[in-house]
Design a protein around this ligand. Structure first.
Ligand SMILES: *Cc1c(COP(=O)(O)O)cnc(C)c1O
Length: 368
């Protein structure tokens, strides 16, 4: 049987390197609870991501859930967000007993349409949760302007944007907080893991409480908290993977560019617009199968699948259309989001993806 090609493949450090790196744990027996490696990874990621503050979490979802919780919003308040994202974004809002209000996205890059946010703001609005979808960066300036004018918090879902910079600044340095995912399927992984980045040091203590049961001393619990700590084996995986991250980006870039060259020549396949002010991370290779293509998206998805190539319809359906949310929350017309969700297909992309696969994928897209 042919080997299946999935949309991504986890980057891993050399086996020996990881084994050597975890060896000291058999002396210390210190496996979690903000140990040495947890602290070391926090430090190294702060530098790598060019952010003032960072709190490591057990995964990206809890990073977002706790970052929102840390803001202390009143129950049932409204949060403006987009439905063109992974379900986690909407879950994190709803699980905080807040109401998502779905804003449309831009046709050009899939990020929240900043020109449509203001019309959705009411006296119950407390925050905006935009998504840097596929690493495409939201209109940070305009969103901040609106937040300042109406006294709203901005929490970015930057799960796709590890390593992305905007005008030389770390993408996690904008808004009140940003969250990253270090899940096995993301560009940088700690197996499972995540982090919240922010500027205000007070938020570090708040998040510390939320990720560690609110425990502040042997006999002192000051706050109701969850458990969302990253363990030492995961942190060591992160430290090892971080040694190779620049190489990973380089290898991804080569493959990304190989796709671009072929895709440009295929009638009816569009790509998202790219900003010249950002340094990309080549995390995903989404294409849009437009009406002028000889095949529709679902046909191409099937054709690839028949050849053992598992492209993914990220993000279809919209989160607002999922069974658990349908018709429950307020939204405006989501025409762009709906169309993108019908047209999008994310092609396989990872650091050691064979170039032959790229050729084969593009042959199928071009000829069926
Ligand atoms: C992966 C992802 C998350 C959740 O991260 P986990 O680490 O898997 O919990 C949240 N939002 C988006 C957009 C994601 O892609």
């Amino acid at each position: 049987m042919k080997e299946k090609i999935l949309v991504t493949r986890s980057s891993m450090p050399p086996y020996e390197e990881y084994i050597q790196a975890i060896k000291p744990l058999w002396d210390t027996h210190w496996l979690t609870n903000m140990g040495q490696y947890h602290r070391e990874l926090e430090q190294r990621l702060k530098e790598y991501l060019k952010v003032p503050e960072l709190s490591l979490m057990v995964n990206g979802h809890l990073a977002l859930e706790l970052a929102i919780q840390a803001m202390g919003f009143p129950e049932n308040a409204e949060v403006i967000t987009t439905p063109f994202t992974f379900i986690s974004t909407t879950h994190a809002i709803v699980r905080n007993r807040l109401k998502p209000v779905f804003c449309d996205v831009k046709f050009s890059d899939g990020t929240i349409d900043e020109s449509k946010i203001e019309a959705l703001i009411t006296e119950n609005t407390v925050a905006i949760v935009p998504v840097h979808v596929y690493g495409n960066i939201c209109n940070i300036e305009k969103i901040q302007e609106l937040a300042d004018a109406y006294g709203l918090k901005v929490i970015y879902d930057a799960a796709h944007a590890f390593g992305v910079t905007y005008r030389g600044e770390g993408i996690g340095a904008f808004g009140d907080a940003s969250i990253f995912s270090f899940h096995a399927t993301k560009v940088f992984n700690t197996v499972e893991g995540g982090g919240v980045t922010f500027k205000d040091r007070k938020l570090y203590d708040k998040l510390y409480n939320l990720k560690n049961f609110g425990i502040r001393g042997e006999e002192l619990v000051t706050e109701v908290g969850a458990n969302a700590k990253m363990n030492e084996l995961a942190a060591i995986m992160g430290l090892c993977n971080l040694n190779y991250i620049d190489e990973v980006f380089m290898e991804r870039k080569k493959r990304y560019e190989a796709y671009v060259e072929r895709i440009q020549q295929i009638e009816g396949i569009r790509r998202f617009e790219e900003s010249s002010e950002t340094e990309k991370n080549y995390a995903y290779f989404p294409i849009l199968v437009t009406e002028s293509c000889q095949f529709d998206r679902d046909t191409l998805y099937e054709k690839l699948r028949n050849e053992g190539i598992y492209a993914r319809k990220y993000f279809y359906p919209l989160t607002s259309d999922q069974a658990c949310f349908k018709n429950k929350y307020r939204y405006m017309q989501l025409d762009n989001a709906r169309q993108l969700s019908r047209e999008v297909l994310v092609l396989p992309l990872y650091a050691d993806l064979p170039f032959e696969v790229i050729d084969k994928v593009c042959d199928i897209l071009a000829k069926g």
